[in-house]
Design a protein around this ligand. Structure first.
Ligand code: AMP
Ligand code: GLY
Length: 425
C-alpha cells in the first residue's frame, strides 16, 4: 500500500515513521515533510492548503491511503474532497471536524450528549458577555475564541475584570481574526490533564493508551503556554477503571451525539481531559493526533498502523482486533529554539543527531528542521522530539535525557521534568 501523510511537524514524523514500519505499507510520501521525515518518506513540496493539488498528486501517484496530520486541512474539507474523488483518506469530514474547528459546536455536542465538561456560555457581543459575568460571582474564568487559533485562542482569567478584557480582545480587537467572531466563557476546572486518543469509525471506538502532555514552557508547569514541551505514555493518572468511565461517559456519548447531529465522526478523536475531584471532564476535543502525544504513543504501538488507519478510512474498523502495545513506557522530550513560544531564530545547524539516534530504544522525531547544503538546521520553535522507551518510566526518562545531551545547536533548550507528573498522580 502507498500512503501519503499531510503535514510537517513532530506528529507527522511519528506517523510517517510508524507507517514506514508497517508490513502493509510499501511506500510513504509526505507533503511537505521536514529533514527527518525525508529519511522515512519521499517528501513532496506542495502547499497543504491547495486541496485540488493534493487530490491530483494522490491520483497521479496511485496513493492507497492519505493520513492528515494537522487540523486546518480537515476543517477546510480535505477529506470531503478526497472522498468525492473516491480516494481513501483517514480523518473526519469538514462538518465533523467542527468538533475542533468550533468550540461552541463542541460544547453544544457535549451538552446534548450529557458529556461532563465545564459550565459555559457563548457570546457574540461584549454587552451580552458583560451581563453574564455581572450576574455571577467574581471568579476565575476561561475565555476562548470559537475557531482555530493555532493553540493560542484560550485565555485564562483570574477574575471578572480579566475575563472582560479577554472578551474585548477577541470580539472587538479581533486578536484571533475570524476565529474570534464568537467567544466561549467557561468555568475554570482544577486537576491534572490527560490526553485520550481514540480511533473512531461508525460505532467502533478503539482507544489508544493514555498520555500526558506538558503545555507550559517552564519546569513545574510554569511560564507561558506552548504547543507542548513533552509527553509520556502510559500515565498512571488513567487507571483501567477511569479509562472505562471515560469511554462510557465521554467517548461513546460524543460519537453517538455526532451521529444524531448528522455529522458522524470518523478518524482520530482526541479528548483533552481535566481529571477533577468530580471525575473526568472534557477541556477540548481535537480531531487529529496530538503533538507531541503521538510520538510516545506511536513508539509503543505494535499493531500494523497502516492496516489500522486504512480500516478506519474505509469503514471496517470493527474487523480490527484489539491493539497490541509494547508494555514499556515511553517519554518524549521536545527540544525548542531560544525564544519559543515567542519569536525565535531559524537556521542554526543541529549536531549530534546520529549519536542520539544510535542509542538503544531512542528515536529522534523532527518537528521544525530543514536541510541546507547537506546540513540539518532548525526551522521552527519546536525543533525535535527525543523519544525513548524504558523498562520503567524513570528509565525511559533517563534514556531520553541521555539522548538530549548528544544534541547541540545555538540556543537549544528543553524542560527538565518531563514525566515527573506521573509521580503526583
Ligand atoms: P483548549 O485548547 O480548550 O484545550 O485549551 C488549552 C489549555 O487551556 C488546556 O490544555 C488547559 O490547560 C487550559 N484550559 C482550557 N479550558 C480550561 C478550563 N475550563 N479550566 C482550566 N483550564 C482550561
Ligand atoms: N498536545 C496538544 C495538541 O496536540 O493539541
Amino acid at each position: 500500500m502507498k500512503v501519503l501523510v499531510i503535514g510537517q511537524g513532530g506528529r507527522e514524523h511519528a506517523l510517517v515513521w510508524k507507517l514506514a514500519r508497517s508490513e502493509s505499507v510499501s511506500e510513504v510520501f509526505c507533503i511537505p515533510g521536514n529533514a527527518g521525515i525525508a529519511a522515512d518518506a519521499t517528501c513532496v513540496d506542495l502547499d497543504i492548503g491547495d486541496i485540488p493539488a493534493l487530490v491530483s498528486f494522490a491520483k497521479d501517484t496511485s496513493i492507497d491511503l492519505t493520513v492528515v496530520g494537522p487540523e486546518a486541512p480537515l476543517v477546510d474539507g480535505l477529506v470531503d474532497a478526497f472522498q468525492s474523488d473516491d480516494l481513501s483518506a483517514f480523518g473526519p469530514t469538514a462538518e465533523a471536524a467542527a468538533l475542533e474547528g468550533s468550540k461552541a459546536f463542541a460544547k453544544e455536542i457535549m451538552r446534548r450528549g450529557n458529556v461532563p465538561t465545564a459550565d459555559y456560555a457563548v457570546f457574540e457581543t461584549v454587552a451580552d458577555a458583560r451581563h453574564f459575568l455581572d450576574d455571577r460571582e467574581d471568579q476565575a474564568w476561561v475565555v476562548k475564541a470559537d475557531g482555530l487559533a493555532a493553540g493560542k485562542g484560550v485565555l485564562m482569567c483570574r477574575n471578572r475584570d480579566e475575563a472582560l478584557v479577554a472578551v474585548e480582545e477577541i470580539l472587538v480587537q479581533s486578536a484571533f481574526g475570524d476565529a474570534g467572531r464568537k467567544v466561549v466563557i467557561e468555568q475554570t476546572l482544577v486537576g491534572q490533564e490527560a490526553s485520550i486518543l481514540a480511533l473512531v469509525e461508525g460505532n467502533t471506538i478503539l482507544t489508544l493508551e493514555a498520555s500526558q502532555d506538558h503545555k507550559r514552557a517552564g519546569d513545574g508547569d510554569t511560564g507561558p503556554n506552548t504547543g507542548g514541551m513533552g509527553a509520556y505514555s502510559p500515565t498512571p493518572l488513567i487507571t483501567p477503571e477511569l479509562m472505562a468511565e471515560i469511554e462510557e461517559r465521554i467517548l461513546i456519548p460524543t460519537v453517538h451525539t455526532m451521529k444524531l447531529a448528522g455529522t458522524p465522526f470518523s478518524g482520530l478523536l482526541y479528548a483533552g481531559l481535566m481529571i477533577t475531584k468530580q471525575g473526568p471532564k472534557v477541556l477540548e476535543y481535537n480531531v487529529r493526533f496530538g503533538d507531541p502525544e503521538a510520538q510516545p504513543v506511536l513508539m509503543r504501538l505494535k499493531s500494523d498502523f497502516g492496516k489500522l488507519l486504512k480500516a478506519a478510512a474505509d469503514g471496517h474498523l470493527s474487523d480490527f482486533g484489539p491493539l497490541e502495545w509494547d508494555p514499556r513506557p515511553s517519554v518524549c522530550i521536545v527540544m525548542a529554539s531560544d525564544g519559543y513560544p515567542g519569536s525565535y531564530e531559524k537556521g542554526h545547524e543541529i549536531r549530534g543527531l546520529a549519536d542520539a539516534n544510535s542509542l538503544d530504544d531512542v528515536h529522534v522525531f523532527h518537528a521544525g528542521t530543514t536541510s541546507e547544503n547537506g546540513r540539518i538546521v532548525t526551522d521552527g520553535g519546536r525543533v525535535l522530539g527525543i523519544t525513548a522507551l524504558g523498562d520503567e518510566l524513570a528509565a525511559a526518562k533517563q534514556r531520553a535525557y541521555e539522548a538530549v545531551k548528544c544534541i547541540r545547536w545555538e540556543g537549544a533548550w528543553c524542560r527538565k521534568d518531563i514525566s515527573d507528573k506521573a509521580r503526583q498522580s
